[in-house]
Design a protein around this ligand. Structure first.
Ligand code: SAH
Length: 366
């Protein structure tokens, strides 16, 4: 078939959405151009949302056709857009022939927070999360991560700017380290979205060695999915705890915030009826966090089909919060948003062609 060479060539084209500033500068040097072109391209792509080189009028015609030949700007394909009665918006993005991920915009009190996915599915199997049920396919590329912000901002238009990003969508961001770090750098570049480190938050279930690596290369804000005040219960809810138990995780959190005592780690705690919501759990949490600069975010559990849990009662959540607050811990309770379009925490499922289970079956067949 003579279409093969053409598609092979297209494959080889660099997707410029994959490149942060450093990558973009290296790309221009590689094609014999000056590195300052990176700023121009970043601005065209991310601030103006332009994907067509012919519109980039501050570049020479020769450079535009050169770029056309060797590169492309290819955001993930938008396949579905939904709007909740409360203003939350969800975009479903096709990232390849078989996989889809979701990204959610939560407008609240003048802020527009975008909740971004980092993997297709998740490999961690937390017992209360529906993404876990989907299994795992692969890491998202940098283009697919920053592409969520690109698409969302594009859909919002000039009027509204995304002001905050949380890496709290599908996947475990610290298991996709390089691409996540590059994407967060792109979010904070002055020639792109210009978000400050306080407005970009990575949420992790606690991959301790990766957290230490993150501290070396980044200073974005940190949220940790704690969910239990002791190892026995956390092993059950967040199985990665068996590998990186609470004590090691909290030590890594302290190293992450370091001596900058203005910074705090946000600990997420999902409220599960009769499981982790008793006053003893709250008191144990106070003791546990007494030596870590912390804030606590209580998350009412969002149910999904066949989940084994129920959400704690509102009065239980309120008294849990009181115990923490009385002990001096800054505590907030997350408002459940976008439930009518399955856009709430733990409800993002996309479409995942699960490879983990298949591999598991192959493995056990031997
Ligand atoms: N893997 C990362 C990023 C996902 S963040 C992490 O674990 O932090 C998604 C947040 O929503 C996490 O705090 C997660 O524990 C929480 N969550 C998952 N399922 C939920 C559910 N059904 N109801 C409420 N919160 C949930």
């Amino acid at each position: 078939m003579n279409s093969a060479p053409a598609s092979a060539e297209a494959e080889a084209r660099v997707n410029l959405l994959d490149l942060d500033r450093e990558g973009m500068e290296a790309f221009f040097v590689r094609i014999g151009e000056k590195p300052f072109r990176a700023s121009q391209l970043l601005q065209w792509i991310h601030q103006r949302g332009v994907t067509d080189f012919s519109l980039m009028t501050n570049l020479s015609k020769a450079l535009r056709s050169r770029l056309e030949a060797v590169s492309e700007i290819r955001p993930p394909e938008l396949v579905l857009e939904q709007r909740s009665a409360d203003g939350t918006r969800k975009w479903v993005l096709q990232v390849d022939a078989v996989n889809r991920v979701e990204t959610v915009l939560i407008p609240d009190e003048g802020r527009n927070t975008l909740c971004v996915s980092s993997q297709v599915g998740c490999s961690l199997e937390c017992s209360f999360c529906s993404t876990a049920r989907q299994g795992f396919n692969r890491n998202l590329t940098t283009a697919e991560i920053i592409g969520q912000l690109w698409v969302a901002q594009h859909r919002l238009g000039e009027e509204q700017r995304i002001s905050n990003v949380v890496l709290m969508g599908m996947g475990e961001p610290l298991l996709n380290f390089g691409n996540v770090v590059a994407a967060t750098r792109l979010m904070m570049d002055d020639f792109t979205y210009g978000l400050s480190k306080r407005r970009v938050t990575l949420s992790t279930s606690g991959i301790v060695p990766a957290l230490d690596r993150l501290a070396e290369v980044s200073d974005i804000s940190l949220a940790v999915s704690l969910h239990a005040p002791d190892d026995e219960l956390r092993n059950e809810l967040v199985p990665i705890n068996r590998k990186y138990p609470i004590k090691e995780l909290l030590a890594a959190c302290k190293r992450y915030v370091g001596t900058e005592n203005r910074r705090k780690v946000t600990f997420e705690y999902v409220m599960l009826d009769g499981v982790n919501d008793a006053p003893e759990h709250a008191r144990a949490l106070v003791r546990l966090l007494s030596h870590v600069p912390s804030k606590v975010n209580l998350i009412p559990f969002n149910p999904f089909p066949n989940s084994a849990y129920r959400c704690s009662r509102p009065e239980t959540i309120a008294s849990f919060a009181h115990i923490l607050q009385d002990a001096g811990l800054i505590t907030t309770t997350r408002k459940t948003r976008g439930g009518d379009i399955d856009a709430a925490c733990g409800q993002l499922v996309g479409k995942v062609n699960d490879r983990s289970r298949r591999q598991f079956r192959l493995h056990t067949a031997h």
